[in-house]
Unconditional design. Structure first.
Length: 111
């Protein structure tokens, strides 16, 4: 899958432009032919997961729990700049939650 406005990618990491930011690694992870093995969005894969097939897990609930948006799990109509913004916002939210958890003002929801 190619995102609109994304910089050109190279499947050979030795030829890819060096960039150590977590954002670049996330985008590379999502667009890497070595990982996805498909031109389908992430949501297409998730639809094959037992819990989603049976309906015991709902997409919106799962995305909310992981601080994801539908545009992140199925970025077919999202341009690269918007996806980068979504990833940055998610990263910031996760860091805030971690700081709150470490500070004792946030507790786990699963226990």
């Amino acid at each position: 899958m190619t995102l609109k406005g994304a910089p050109p990618t190279d499947s050979n990491p030795k030829r890819s432009p060096p960039n150590s930011s977590i954002l670049w690694e996330i985008v590379r992870f999502w667009t890497s032919p070595f990982i996805s093995k498909s031109d389908k969005p992430f949501w297409a894969l998730l639809q094959e997961v037992h819990e989603f097939k049976r309906g015991t897990t709902q997409r919106a609930d799962w995305e909310k729990a992981l601080l994801l948006t539908p545009s992140m799990t199925e970025p077919t109509d999202v341009n690269f700049a918007d996806l980068v913004k979504l990833i940055r916002e998610r990263d910031a939210a996760m860091r805030r939650e971690l700081a709150e958890f470490m500070g004792g003002t946030l507790t786990r929801r699963d226990i």
